[in-house]
Structure formats: structure tokens, C-alpha cells
Design a protein around this ligand. Structure first.
Ligand SMILES: NC(=O)c1ccc[n+]([C@@H]2O[C@H](COP(=O)([O-])OP(=O)(O)OC[C@H]3O[C@@H](n4cnc5c(N)ncnc54)[C@H](O)[C@@H]3O)[C@@H](O)[C@H]2O)c1
Length: 280
């Protein structure tokens, strides 16, 4: 059911790679809610061609940009404002990639050049988007910028590797830039900390299936899906949340409030019953 929450709003959506991407679901939902937007992704992602299908479905234009390159971002923002003949109302940053994760380097054997790339792609790009947008005065008053995060930015999760540092930095940028952008331009900046979700980036995490199942058993409402994440992000782009800024907002079925659930305890106890004494 659509509520027209984004009718009359123009946006910019980073990170729709394929139909599993969280950004893909957010774009579909934003379209349903009446928004118009430009779709962007890296030139490599554009070459894969999937994004064309989303653009056709949502009647959107596409502009490629490597989010680590300020000149690409400036060009993207200028083109987006030309397309809409004015400023934009919302931006989604849905970007993450770790070469260390891809090359299966463990956290105590990181390649530091890869580590810098992880931070640049997954966190500093958020600062670059915000700084470029502010310098070009690209966002309307009470516009909204949302980036996607994960709880491993605050607590240790086995296998999340150097993406944990990237998420900590991402959440910190939302606070630091959120203060300045709010004070000077009334623009909101938040991160949404989403449950594990089956996507290209998500499935790259070591032990993802176990993490997904654990998180689902631990959360009173179960894992939040990409579709549900889209619903939540739409409210953050809408006028219903005009005073929410500088927050890391958990969208995780209650996982972040839990210590132990009956479902995990039951599962764990059944496993313990089957362990040999020297495996304890
Ligand atoms: N999948 C999960 O379990 C999960 C959970 C919480 C948060 N997140 C976050 O959600 C966001 C979206 O990830 P996803 O799970 O939808 O996976 P995804 O692989 O579909 O999306 C990641 C996107 O980042 C883009 N990207 C990579 N390098 C880029 C660059 N240099 N310039 C521009 N774009 C670039 C990719 O092309 C891709 O579209 C990420 O920030 C991810 O960390 C994912």
C-alpha cells in the first residue's frame, strides 16, 4: 500500500547493484511512494547492466560515479540538479566493499593498502558525498541523507573484519557532519543499522549463513528484510521525521537490545548435548 510519502521529492540513490541490493528495494519503494530520483553506482557496476532494468522500472535516469572520487561526485550532483532543474531532497548511501574480505585476509593479517580502500569506499565516500553536496548547496532545507550501517561498527562480530572500522567511521561521520549540515542548512544525516541481509556484499562476509541464522533466532521480531529496510528508509526521507538527525537507528528486529533469547539458548543447549567432553 502506498501513502505518497515522497510525492514531489527528488533524490539520489547510490548502490543498487542487482535485485537483491538493499538500495534496489529502496528505489522501488521510493518510486511507489511518488519520488523521482537518479540512480548511481560505480562504472564497474554499470557495466554489469542490471541497473538498466531498475531505471526502466522506476523511470529514472542513471549517472555513473565512483564514490571515492570527488570529481565524479561533483559531476553527479551537478547533473542530478540539472535533471531536476533544482536541488534534491534525499540521498541514499548504500555502499560497502572490503578488498580484505574479498581476498579472505583475516583481521590479524590485513593488507593495509586494502584496509585504506575499505575505509575509502565504505566510509570516507560518505563524507565525500556530504561535503560535495554541501559545497554545491545541492540539498533542500530539511532534506535527508541516509547511509546503511551494521552493528559490528559498535560490537565485535567474528568475520566482519575491517568492515567494522568502516561502519564505526560511517556512524561517526553521520554525527559530525549531521551537526554542521543541520546547524547551517537544516539537513538531516542518519545511519540505519540493518539486520544481516542476503545480498552480494552481505554474502561475502565470512560465516554469513550462521550469522544470519543467529541474528534471526536472537531477534524477537526476527531479521529485518531488505524490503522492510526500504519501508523504514522511506519514512526517514519523508517529512514525518524532520527532527531526526545525527542518529544511528537500529532496524534489526530488536537484535541490538538482546543478550540471550530462548531460541538461541535452545539451539545452543541441543548442540552442547551432542558435543564430546573434550570439545567443551
Ligand atoms: N547485506 C547485509 O547483511 C547488510 C547489513 C547491514 C548493512 N549493510 C550495508 O548496506 C549497504 C548496501 O549493501 P548491500 O548489502 O545492499 O550489498 P550490494 O553488494 O548489493 O551493494 C553494495 C554496493 O556498493 C557499490 N559500490 C562498491 N564500490 C563502490 C564505489 N567505489 N563507488 C560507488 N559504489 C560502489 C556496489 O557497486 C554495490 O552496488 C552497504 O553499506 C552494506 O554494508 C548490508
Amino acid at each position: 500500500m502506498a501513502y505518497n510519502l515522497l510525492k514531489g521529492k527528488n533524490g539520489l540513490i547510490f548502490g543498487a547493484l542487482n535485485a537483491n541490493s538493499i538500495a534496489w528495494k529502496i528505489a522501488e519503494k521510493a518510486h511507489e511512494e511518488g519520488a523521482e530520483f537518479v540512480l548511481t553506482n560505480s562504472p564497474t557496476a554499470f557495466r554489469l547492466g542490471e541497473i538498466n532494468k531498475l531505471a526502466a522500472k522506476t523511470n529514472s535516469q542513471m549517472v555513473p560515479a565512483d564514490a571515492t572520487k570527488v570529481e565524479d561526485l561533483e559531476n553527479l550532483l551537478i547533473k542530478t540538479m540539472e535533471i531536476f532543474d533544482g536541488k534534491i531532497d534525499f540521498i541514499l548511501h548504500s555502499i560497502g566493499m572490503s578488498p580484505n574480505v574479498r581476498k579472505k585476509r583475516s583481521y590479524d593479517d590485513l593488507n593495509y593498502s586494502y584496509f585504506s580502500q575499505t575505509l575509502d569506499i565504505s566510509a570516507i565516500s560518505f563524507h565525500k558525498v556530504l561535503q560535495s553536496a554541501k559545497k554545491l548547496d545541492a540539498i533542500n532545507e530539511y532534506g535527508s541523507v541516509v547511509a546503511l550501517s551494521y552493528i559490528a561498527g559498535q560490537r565485535t562480530f567474528y568475520g566482519y573484519n575491517d568492515m567494522a572500522e568502516a561502519k564505526s567511521m560511517l556512524e561517526s561521520i553521520a554525527r559530525s557532519f549531521g551537526y554542521i549540515y543541520g546547524r547551517e542548512k537544516n539537513v538531516r544525516v542518519n545511519t540505519v543499522s540493518q539486520s544481516p541481509t542476503q545480498t552480494t556484499a552481505g554474502s561475502g562476509i565470512k560465516g554469513f549463513d550462521g550469522l544470519y541464522d543467529y541474528s534471526d533466532r536472537m531477534s524477537p521480531l526476527g531479521n529485518a528484510s531488505a524490503q522492510e529496510c526500504a519501508d523504514y528508509c522511506i519514512t526517514l526521507f519523508s517529512d514525518l521525521t524532520r527532527k531526526i538527525t545525527m542518529q544511528n537507528l537500529f532496524h534489526d528486529g530488536g537484535f541490538s537490545g538482546m543478550g540471550m533469547s530462548a531460541r538461541v539458548m535452545g539451539f545452543y543447549n541441543r548442540c552442547l548435548d551432542n558435543l564430546l567432553p573434550d570439545e567443551w
